[in-house]
Design a protein. Structure first.
Lengths: 783, 157
């Protein structure tokens, strides 16, 4: 029996609290005697610290404490390496991680140098003005190529280089393939930095209860359990003495899973030391300097094709900017390296990257996490080759897709989870055909001509493909409990930042136990409720924790049937479970609610049957040894004004395959939001650093997020190729929307202005940058 | 300069008299002095719109107003739209029905922007709605479902 919630667009359980302003976010935490923190951050991108004088700040009324690196004593340690390097032959990796407060040197503007704790945030910020730091400015490393120049200033002198990592991966023999090629195209591609820009800035609050010897931390993290484990280790506490709560979190998008941010290390420490609750909330300017960013890469890529446009091989050498430290390991560039292959059959691949340290904010995954760089390079190479070969962009893709009967598709390079890259399932051609039908591909050339001739408008179309490795391990868990009230409680360890986990997980459990979905109460992100798991990243929450919920609910269902069988004196398969009630088959008058049954499963007298457990509760884990591969096609129509270089997306079609859908309304929301993020990355959002490593646009007035006027309605269709690796057949969807957006946008712009023979090899663009590119193309045409 | 000033103002129909520093932002006053934490702060420079509240019925950014400037005025925050545990405001209900929120952080600001908008534009077209929304940033939804929510709320009114 099932109510069939899975697959339905059920309204969200969490919305009422959010809509009425009664949901708890970290900055809402208010505790008796709470102190407030402000950080003095480096003004310089690269400088030696010759001295710090905090005496005036300490003397200011209302200031409880001022800390420098020296004051931290033994507690001052570089952060842990979050992800170790993969076991790739020939790999070079220099793990240098961030520190709580800069000691001898600052390595990016915004790096924290001094922590002030005061009776209010206003007073703490006042005291920042009292601190005097003697800096000796050093030349900054800003560009990726400049980082590896022989005379480049060094961020980390002990390394003797700014090289953070070198990772070569190959399969097949690219050079042999190239020797046979009919066409070889090689180009350089740039991808530049953007911000995650969650609307909620980061925040950490901590309370040390000296009598209970318990530390409670509220943190805007995407990974509360690893934060608890790490802080317990650093602070010398038992994990059970530390509770980390990630309550409602106002958007994650990746940067909220950096571990550890200096503020996360310092605020709990100060709360213990001062014996008072302490809170720090980031402001937007700090967010631009101190919250991690992503996306700078430079690719020198080459593709070899046969006469028919079939890919013989791809060769890529790229630089990846990891910023001032590399706490997150190599997840992003490995994602780029792997995702470049896309849905295409690439028999020979030779890819190497160098990650470099620069005097810019630390780089860790932001929605997409390197995937869009690889997709951009591959899709652009295909477009350039198609033009050379006289094929349409659609035809060259059609000819290169992995065939639907060629799954699972095994590659020889390693993915970010260190398993060989592997596509569990997929069916790419139908997605393309559907997208072409929806966007009106066949009729578009006539429409483009008509608009140009009759209205003087310039329209272009773009169609691109991508895959996204999702749902990787190691594992997540869930506990499902039927409470005496008959309501069902689900606890899982990962954090939630708007993905609708309170509803999607409730749908899975409600189906298994045949109860009303609103009777299922989900809690996520509280280590006291559930203490095992990793976090919300890599589009894995629904796949991995959802599968754990499914397994735990199935185990509870088995208990329900077993206990009811004993109570009714019938065989388990004679028990019917429906509508939150159990009854012996054919005897509805003997039925009872699940709540009542749960009381019988937890008796005050008698004994719990041998081999069974009290209560109607079960815990289960799900750990896929490989991920599941989502895929899709984006098709867009762009209008561009060649005079002003202003471009507008008129239509946006997404045909998406994330396997079985738990909740199509939530999935569509994720895709629409991801596309908006991708549009921002493609045309509005760019972090501009000057040659001194100073960020020039650290505000929402200068760094432009797309608004309701910039994001069109996304027209969507879903294909469901079930994932074989999990019981629900689901694949992740959180990042997909933003991955191919830049590539689609670039192709459509070129299509709109064929006479200019534009070739867009960089993202983000902006109206200004596009204006320059149009000017260059015109001058090329005239000369 | 920082000597407290006494102010009296109404918030969600209740009168509050407090002594506040002249530099205290209205957003901080509402959140941290009155405990009305439904008003969120996203940028503190007047761009994102998350902190929008009603001042004498009109939408203002509470991060760009000092608490002392609200002296003698009537404010409405998101907590004032629907009683605790009671029925949702029609706009809140429409947001829920159309999945117009994901993380929900920007949502109170959108709601408070839209209440006076719908009062003044009871039957808005899509372009009008998008224009009205364009002063509020949302990173999660891509705005489409917020547009749908406004339409639905207008239809139901």
């Amino acid at each position: 029996m099932s109510r069939g919630y899975v697959g339905k667009g059920v309204r969200r359980n969490e919305d009422r609290r959010l809509l009425t302003g009664r949901a708890l976010f970290v900055d809402d935490v208010s505790l008796e005697g709470m102190l407030h923190v402000a950080f003095l951050r480096s003004d310089h991108a690269h400088a030696r610290i010759r001295g710090i004088d905090v005496s005036a700040a300490r003397a200011r009324p209302g200031v409880a404490a001022v800390y420098t690196a020296e004051d931290l004593g033994e507690y001052w340690q570089p952060g842990p390496l979050l992800v170790p390097p993969p076991p790739v032959e020939g790999l070079v990796f220099h793990p240098v991680t961030q520190v709580p407060l800069a000691k001898d040197k600052v390595r990016h503007a915004g790096e924290p140098v001094v922590m002030v704790v005061a009776e209010s945030r206003y007073l703490a910020e006042d005291a920042l003005g009292d601190v005097w730091v003697d800096y000796e400015p050093l030349d900054a490393v800003v560009g990726l190529e400049a980082a590896l120049a022989p005379d480049a200033p060094l961020l980390h002198e002990q390394l003797g280089t700014n090289l953070a990592a070198f990772v070569p991966q190959q399969h097949g023999d690219y050079h042999a393939a190239k020797a046979e090629a009919h066409l070889v195209v090689s180009r350089r591609f740039h991808y530049d930095r953007g911000a995650g820009a969650a609307l909620e800035n980061r925040a950490v609050a901590a309370r040390w209860d000296a009598r209970a010897e318990e530390l409670t931390i509220w943190d805007t993290t995407q990974a509360p359990i690893p934060i608890r484990n790490g802080l317990a280790r650093m602070l010398g506490l038992l994990e059970s003495q530390v509770r980390v709560v990630a309550p409602f979190v106002g958007g994650g998008f990746g940067p909220k899973i950096m571990m550890f941010y200096p503020e996360e290390v310092l605020v709990p420490w100060a709360a213990i030391r001062l014996g008072r609750p302490v809170k720090w909330t980031e402001d937007r300017q700090e967010n631009f300097y101190a919250t991690t960013q992503e996306r700078s890469q430079i690719h020198d890529a080459e593709a070899a094709f046969d006469r028919d446009g079939r890919i013989l091989g791809i060769y890529d050498r790229f630089l990846h900017d990891t910023g001032a430290y590399a706490p997150y390991g190599l997840t992003i560039p490995i994602n780029s390296q792997c995702t470049l292959l896309g849905p295409y059959d690439v028999p020979n691949y030779d890819s190497e990257f160098r990650a470099v340290f620069t005097n810019r904010t630390i780089v860790t995954p932001v929605r997409g996490a390197g995937r869009q760089h690889g997709v951009f390079v591959m899709e652009r190479l295909l477009d350039i080759a198609a033009r050379e070969l006289g094929l349409t962009p659609v035809e060259i893709r059609r000819r290169n897709y992995i065939r639907h009967d060629d799954f699972p598709h095994q590659w020889k390079i390693l993915f970010q989870d260190f398993a060989p890259l592997w596509y569990d399932s997929g069916n790419y051609l139908p997605a393309l055909e559907k997208a072409l039908e929806m966007i009106g591909w066949d009729a578009f050339p006539a429409e483009r001509e008509r608009a140009r001739r009759e209205e003087g408008r310039r329209l272009g179309i773009g169609v691109v493909s991508y895959v996204e490795g999702t749902g990787i391990g190691p594992y997540e868990g869930a506990r499902v409990t039927v409470e005496p009230s008959g309501r069902v409680r689900v606890a899982t360890g990962l954090g939630t930042q708007g993905q609708g986990h309170y509803t999607a997980f409730a749908q899975i459990v409600a189906d298994a136990l045949d109860v009303d979905v609103e009777e299922v109460s989900v809690v996520t992100g509280d280590t006291r409720e559930f203490g095992w798991g990793t976090g919300t990243f890599a589009s894995r929450g629904a796949v991995v924790a959802g599968s754990a919920c499914f397994a735990a609910a199935a185990a509870v269902r088995a208990k329900v049937l077993a206990v009811a069988g004993r109570v009714f004196g019938v065989a388990e398969d004679e028990v019917e479970l429906a509508g939150g009630r159990v009854r012996p088959r054919g005897a509805p008058e003997r039925g009872m609610g699940l709540g009542e049954l749960s009381l019988l499963a937890n008796p005050l007298r008698g004994a719990v049957a041998p081999g069974s457990e009290p209560g109607l509760e079960a815990t289960a884990y799900f750990g896929p040894d490989k991920g599941s591969t989502a895929s899709g096609v984006h098709a867009v129509v762009v209008e561009v004004d060649p005079e002003t270089a202003m471009a507008k997306l008129l239509r946006y079609v997404v045909v998406h395959d994330c396997g079985k859908l738990i909740n199509p309304v939530i999935v569509e929301g994720q895709v629409q939001g991801g596309v908006a993020h991708g549009i921002g990355n493609a045309f509005y959002e760019q972090l501009h650093y000057d040659e001194n490593g100073q960020l020039l646009n650290a505000s929402f007035a200068d760094y432009l997020l797309p608004t309701a006027l910039d994001v069109p309605r996304v027209e969507m269709a879903h294909l469901e190729t079930p994932a074989p690796m999990n019981p629900l057949g689901i694949k992740g969807v959180g990042e997909a929307g933003c991955i191919p957006t830049g590539a689609a946008f670039a192709q459509a712009l070129e299509d709109a202005l064929p006479e200019l023979a534009l070739e867009i090899r960089e993202i983000p663009l902006s109206p200004n940058r596009l204006f320059e590119l149009l000017g260059e193309a015109e001058r090329r045409g005239e000369s | 300069m920082t000597a407290p000033v006494e102010i009296t103002l109404g918030v969600n129909g209740e009168t509050h008299r407090r002594a506040v520093e002249p530099r205290l932002l209205l957003s901080d006053f509402l959140r941290h002095h009155l405990g009305l934490t439904g008003t969120h702060v996203g940028c503190e420079h007047g761009v994102c719109g998350a902190c929008t509240v009603l001042l004498d019925g009109e939408a203002v950014r509470s991060c760009l107003v000092f608490a002392v400037q609200a002296d003698g005025h009537q404010l409405t925050t998101v907590e004032g739209l629907a009683p605790a545990g009671g029925e949702l405001h029609p706009l809140q209900q429409a947001f829920r029905d159309t999945h117009a929120l994901q993380c929900g952080f920007c949502t109170p600001g959108f709601l408070m922007t839209l209440v006076p908008f719908l009062r003044d534009h009871p039957d808005p077209g899509e372009e009008e709605i998008r224009e009205a929304l364009s002063g509020n940033l949302c990173r999660c939804t891509g705005y489409q479902n917020i547009v749908e929510a406004v339409r639905l709320a207008a239809e139901r009114a």
